[in-house]
Ligand binder design. Structure first.
Ligand code: ADP
Ligand code: MG
Length: 694
């Protein structure tokens, strides 16, 4: 891409800036500053009030004060190691300026007796005497004119002082030239935002504390720039994906109608909407790349099945992949009845299928006898061939790494893709991380669900919990007992689950079962099956049961060391109960002492059941990166913008970015070219390469 030469000085080496040598340049790297332009986005986080007072008497000490003084007597230290004192007088009183060194020559030069000086620094009382120790600034009256009232304070790093940052920023600002505008004109006017050049100048010259908060229009503009650049990159990725020709898959609606008629309930509005959105994408000649997001129990499986039926109605096949064997089996078993109603052949494929049984399934897939395949990642092995695969669904997609997703995308060139996730994430985060996809949200739960009672209980009351559990089990109820995830290790989780299993067995007998990730698939299935059949009353588990498992009779969820789990995970685990007719309970066992944030999180969970609200609160309590987790990642680290508070800007940015690309797919219009500059400034220029790839 061609870059405007007027920008080159902003991309030069840091050492080209005034006052920056190799050492400081290295230190700047620690602040993420590699080139001058990066300094522009390193914003002051606070400022020091240096407005002039007539006397230090006007403020309550200790305090940073700026006053004009007449310099009096110099009192050099009488003994080595003592301080050097200079008497000064402001408009009202006399005080001392103190230095802990003995460089008299220098001090007589900057503060000669009898002169008038503007001094600024922290004044405190020491043994009843007001003194300013090592003033931050000493200026002649002539220099005082352009001394800022508010001095910006930058985030510090080892090896750089405020003054050095200030100087480097000033030097960079002098290189800034006006740039063609990339923000949509009407939006800029409506928001009253400054131009980019004005905005960067203003954020570095705050004149009041109000200029330092995100609501300041210059900061808003720069935040928007970041969001816009990010959304533009995602939109470019999306456009590239959409260039992939898809198949036109139009269903007849016949099979779907049969299934709906057989259900004892009606679809929720959200389900109807999601199915329509998915069917719309499948009917379009572009490859679908859609995310279905819905809280636990929102009914994603049914939406998925209806979408799979669209593929079958059109004469094709569909596949749904689950992250674990347990889930795959459960989907398979749960969907059997619906498949029978629709008259389609459903089959299961996991890594346990071997030999002739597997070979038979391969043949049936290849000749189209199997309409819908359910399975684990085994369904995407190289030798699995479909006759006419139209739709691939990935359930609980956050359990799969990015690479697996990519592999899948590569495997199925034109196949429409639907990803499903039960991890509700706030809208702003969804926009930030899935901006390259289209998103359907199930924001409504089927009616008639009973609320889950959630209680926080200290582990010291373990005996009480055991007693309650024994009583509940005696009354025919079933429970999960989830053991902590120790340092994310399935192995350690297994140890704690195993210990708990033995302890519960000792009390409750052989109605206690165990399931964890270290067991073989057959063992896991056996445990799950006896739990589903009701032979096992208490299932001790690691987080393998976190996603999707559906046992409606289970109405008690005990989570041990709940404080060690993330909010989203706790919410998922709790979602395993409350699926049947009985009142459900979730007991969050925690170990004292509970940290402040731990307590806030558990209380939030106790008080709120709506996953989206929990996610929003979670975002407010923690950073965006923590909420979304690292696996999904793709979430950029914004330097100025704050997703917590400026989610609305992200939404505007997405609409705007997609529109710009619709109108100017190659970014060659004047605004498109300006947008390229933005991408370059914000290190998103790799996105531009997508333009040439397609
Ligand atoms: P999730 O979104 O967590 O995957 P499921 O698809 O497992 O949720 O659905 C949870 C339960 O809700 C299932 O037993 C399903 O049959 C039921 N269900 C789905 N849609 C509806 C609806 N519209 N009305 C009532 N129950 C529904
Ligand atoms: Mg599900």
């Amino acid at each position: 891409m061609t870059r405007s030469p007027s920008l080159f000085p902003l991309f030069a080496k840091l050492e080209t800036l005034e006052g920056v040598g190799p050492k400081i340049a290295d230190a700047f790297a620690g602040l993420g500053v590699k080139r001058p332009k990066d300094l522009l986005f390193l914003l002051p986080h606070s400022c020091i009030d240096r407005s002039r007072k007539s006397s230090i008497r006007d403020v309550s000490l200790p305090c940073t004060v700026t006053v004009e003084v007449e310099v009096g007597l110099h009192i050099p230290p009488r003994k080595k190691g003592r301080s050097y004192r200079i008497m000064v007088r402001d408009a009202a009183i006399e005080f001392q300026i103190v230095f802990f060194h003995n460089r008299g020559d220098y001090l007589r030069k900057i503060l000669p007796s009898g002169s008038i000086r503007l001094v600024s620094g922290r004044v405190e009382l020491f043994e009843g005497v007001a003194q300013m120790v090592h003033p931050d600034h000493v200026l002649c009256p002539e220099e005082a004119a352009d001394f800022p009232f508010f001095e910006p304070v930058y985030p510090l790093t080892n090896g750089i002082t405020q003054k050095q940052i200030f100087k480097a920023v000033a030097s960079t600002l002098s290189r800034v030239t006006a740039l063609p505008e990339w923000i949509d004109g009407p939006l800029l006017a409506r928001e009253g935002w400054p131009t980019w050049a004005d905005a960067v100048a203003r954020v570095h010259a705050p004149i009041s504390p109000a200029d330092l908060v995100y609501t300041d229009s210059a900061r808003q503009r720069l935040s928007y720039d970041e969001f816009f650049a990010h959304q533009l990159s995602l939109a470019l990725a999306r456009a590239t994906l959409r260039k992939v020709k898809g198949q036109v898959t139009v269903g007849t609606g016949m099979l779907q109608a049969k299934v709906l008629k057989s259900l004892p309930f009606a679809l929720t509005n959200a389900q109807v909407r999601a199915i329509a959105e998915i069917a719309g994408d499948m009917a379009a000649p572009l490859r679908m790349n859609r995310l279905l997001q819905g809280d636990v129990g929102a009914g994603k499986t049914l939406v998925a099945f209806q979408a799979l039926l669209v593929a079958v109605e059109a004469g094709g096949q569909g596949v749904i992949m689950a992250p674990t064997e347990i889930l795959a089996r459960q989907h398979y078993e749960g969907l059997q009845a619906l498949a029978a109603v629709a008259g389609v052949r459903l089959d299961l494929l996991t890594s346990r299928d071997r030999g002739s049984a597997r070979a038979r399934k391969m043949t049936d897939l290849a000749d189209g006898t199997i309409h819908i395949l359910v399975g684990t990642h085994a369904v995407f092995q190289k030798d699995v061939h479909f006759r006419d695969l139209r739709l691939a669904i990935i359930d609980e997609q956050h359990r799969f790494g990015v690479s697996q997703r990519m592999e899948l995308g590569a495997k199925s060139d034109a196949t429409d893709m639907l990803l499903m996730t039960a991890t509700p994430i706030p809208r702003s985060l969804a926009l930030a991380s899935y901006g390259d996809m289209d998103v359907s949200v199930l924001d409504e739960k089927p009616p008639g669900r009973k609320p889950i009672k959630t209680a926080l209980i200290s582990t010291s009351r373990g005996a009480e919990v055991m007693a309650r559990l024994r009583y509940a089990v005696a009354n025919g109820r079933q429970a999960y007992w989830v053991c902590p995830l120790v340092e994310d290790s399935e192995v350690l989780g297994y140890i704690s689950a195993d210990a708990r299993f033995k302890a519960l067995r000792a009390v409750l007998g052989d109605v206690v079962g165990l399931v964890h990730g270290q067991m073989s698939s057959a063992e896991k299935d056996a445990s799950m099956a006896s739990f589903v059949a009701g032979k096992i009353k208490v299932l001790v588990a690691t987080t393998v049961i976190e996603v999707g498992v559906n046992v409606p009779n289970a109405s008690i969820m005990v989570i041990e060391r709940a404080e060690t789990f993330g909010l989203a995970q706790l919410h998922q685990l709790r979602g395993r109960v409350g699926r049947g007719a009985a009142e459900s309970t979730c007991l969050l066992l925690y170990q004292i002492p509970l940290s402040g944030s731990g307590e806030r999180r558990l209380k939030l969970l106790r008080d709120v059941e709506d996953g989206f609200r929990i996610a929003e609160e979670d975002l407010l309590m923690r950073g965006a990166g923590d909420v979304i987790g690292t696996v999904q990642s793709g979430l950029p680290c914004f330097r100025i913008a704050d997703l917590k508070r400026q989610g609305d800007l992200m939404e505007i940015a997405q609409v705007d970015a997609r529109r710009l690309l619709d109108e100017d797919p190659t970014l060659t219009s004047p605004r498109g070219r300006a947008a390229r500059t933005l991408l370059w400034l914000l290190d998103q220029d790799r996105a531009i390469q997508l333009l040439s790839v397609g």
